[in-house]
Design a protein around this ligand. Structure first.
Ligand SMILES: [Zn+2]
Length: 370
């Protein structure tokens, strides 16, 4: 290009040459798209799109209505008649060469953009899938459900209630009068308004008896609170199940038969029970309940600390004062109650050395219990 201008000495031809040179300078960066250099082919999608926009701007500048070549076209009529045809051809040839360069680069860029988009949207069906991690219930929840199922099949209702209680439900109604050692502030937690975090789910039994009267047969699983320093066998918050059966003519024999049936269903029919005299303010008489070790059957092993027995929890005949507090006549009705720790039972069955593992929510630990 521009060589033919030598034949013409006039200014218009010089202008076409200048326009052509300016175009060549600016087009230099796009030349790689015509040559299909590796630097062009490996261009990223957004870089290629940016280059395409820059190329379109360049077209507007050099071939648009206000471009130098458009200005040169207007001069065609003004050049001397004998030079007109040659000048016209020069302008046309220059313009066509510019347009062809731009179009070739544009096609190449569009091809690069298309293949980059295809690569981005492609799905490699041969890559192995990622299995979604499936959650499962917490071991304490699993144990609670097993216990609930057993008592529901024995005709017990499952009751739930509030965790923050008044002194009446947490203490008075449970025959724990003012001044009783169990009322010591270090025994449970209090809110600033003087409410107590329930220290046992017996509170639910009082609510249930007040609401439904006697006879009643229910269990109350739930969270309870004690001001204990956490250690391998204690936690200030733990789970408990308390049971209550109130009816006419209920005796200690019913209590023993019910808990014997419970451990048979939970640990197997060969499991034995043992009752040891004890004291609780809300029952009279009271007994600690043990069951023969599910692991060694009573011969002695690490789990039962070589005694052959494992402690289940506390039990006893409901104190008449507790029945009275719930508006149940102790002359007409008697009942038994029992309570056991869900977490402790869980820790025994799974042979955990530290009960706190159940509350640390470490997925590596929890995933073992499905
Ligand atoms: Zn044992």
């Amino acid at each position: 290009m521009g060589g033919s201008a030598e034949k013409m000495t006039d200014a218009p031809a010089k202008e076409v040459d200048l326009a052509s040179e300016a175009f060549e300078r600016e087009f230099e960066r796009f030349a790689r798209f015509i040559r299909n250099d590796s630097s062009a082919v490996t261009l990223g999608l957004s870089d290629a799109e940016q280059e395409l926009r820059a190329l379109q701007d360049l077209r507007t500048r050099h071939l648009g209505k206000k471009s130098a070549i458009a200005g040169a076209k207007k001069l065609i009529g003004r050049v001397a008649a004998e030079d007109r045809a040659a000048f016209g051809q020069l302008v046309q040839k220059t313009e066509a060469a510019m347009a062809e360069s731009i179009e070739t680069a544009e096609e190449s860029l569009n091809a690069i953009i298309k293949s980059a988009r295809t690569a981005r949207e492609a799905i490699d069906v041969t890559i192995p899938g990622r299995r979604p991690r499936q959650g499962h219930l917490h071991p304490i929840t699993l144990m609670r459900q097993r216990i609930e199922d057993i008592f529901v099949s024995l005709g017990y209702a499952v009751e739930d209630d509030r965790e923050i209680e008044t002194d009446f439900y947490n203490f008075d109604a449970l025959n724990i009068p003012e001044g009783h050692p169990a009322r010591e502030p270090q025994d449970t937690f209090y809110t600033t308004e003087g409410f107590a975090l329930r220290s046992q789910t017996s509170t639910v039994q009082i609510h249930a008896m007040q609401r439904r009267g006697a006879p009643v047969r229910m269990i109350a699983p739930g969270r309870v609170f004690r001001r204990d320093t956490p250690d391998p066998t204690h936690n200030p918050m733990f789970y408990q199940v308390e049971g209550l059966c109130v009816d006419r003519g209920i005796t200690m024999a019913h209590l023993k038969g019910t808990l014997a049936e419970f451990v048979h269903r939970l640990f197997g029919p060969e499991t034995k029970t043992r009752f040891r005299p004890s004291y609780f303010p809300f029952t009279e008489p009271s007994a600690e309940v043990d069951y023969s070790c599910f692991n060694c059957g009573g011969d002695g092993c690490r789990i039962c600390k070589w005694s052959g027995w494992i402690e289940l929890g506390g039990s006893g005949m409901v104190h008449p004062n507790v029945l009275r507090a719930a508006n149940v006549d102790p002359e007409e009705f008697t009942g038994f109650a029992f309570g056991l720790g869900i977490d402790r039972t869980c820790a025994r069955i799974y042979q955990l050395d530290d009960i706190r593992l159940l509350f640390e929510n470490d997925v590596r630990f929890l995933s073992q219990f499905r």
